[in-house]
Design a protein. Structure first.
Length: 169
């Protein structure tokens, strides 16, 4: 099977466990990265991959660090806020603290920026390459407390893979 055929073989699959799901996602991220050196194209396909494979998700995408703020990057879902100040909202907090933010109930979070009234929980993972913020992975769910430690670990590994692919670009 050629690289292109392996890449095009991405379809929704059900997995018996989250670790297996994330192993699949990580493998596909590497394949996506082998196809191109264009980081924006990689992020576009990564957003689609998260959207397709992660159950109970209503938004998946990226905010990229640019000129001291986060700017909307590739995503799947409803239109979103175009720019976020560092420290504002869950994404801005993750960017400022350079740590993953997991919000079980966004309706009780005073710092949440609402883009979709159906969103109930959110996870934001910073992408850090050579010690510098590249951007954040942002994933929303209509299910309260949707994201757990396995999601956090799986998405942090995905962020590390994407950071490596950023350096390749």
């Amino acid at each position: 099977m050629t690289l292109r055929e392996k890449h095009m073989d991405i379809e929704y699959k059900e997995f018996p466990s989250k670790p297996e799901l994330y192993r699949f996602i990580h493998e596909k991220l590497w394949l996506i990265g082998e196809e191109t050196n264009d980081f924006y194209a990689v992020l576009s396909n990564a957003a689609a991959l998260f959207w397709m494979e992660l159950p109970d998700v209503n938004w998946s995408g990226f905010y990229l660090y640019k000129d001291g703020r986060l700017v909307l990057g590739p995503f799947q879902g409803k239109p979103a806020v175009a720019e976020i100040s560092i420290g504002k909202g869950v994404c801005g907090t993750a960017a400022r603290e350079l740590t993953t933010q997991v919000v079980e109930d966004v309706h009780s979070c005073c710092n949440h920026i609402a883009c979709d009234f159906r969103t109930s929980s959110e996870i934001v993972v910073p992408i850090i390459a050579t010690g510098r913020l590249v951007g954040v992975i942002d994933i929303d769910s209509p299910v309260t407390a949707r994201f757990d430690e396995q999601d956090k670990a799986g998405l942090e590994t995905a962020a590390d893979i994407l950071a490596g692919l950023c350096l390749k670009a």
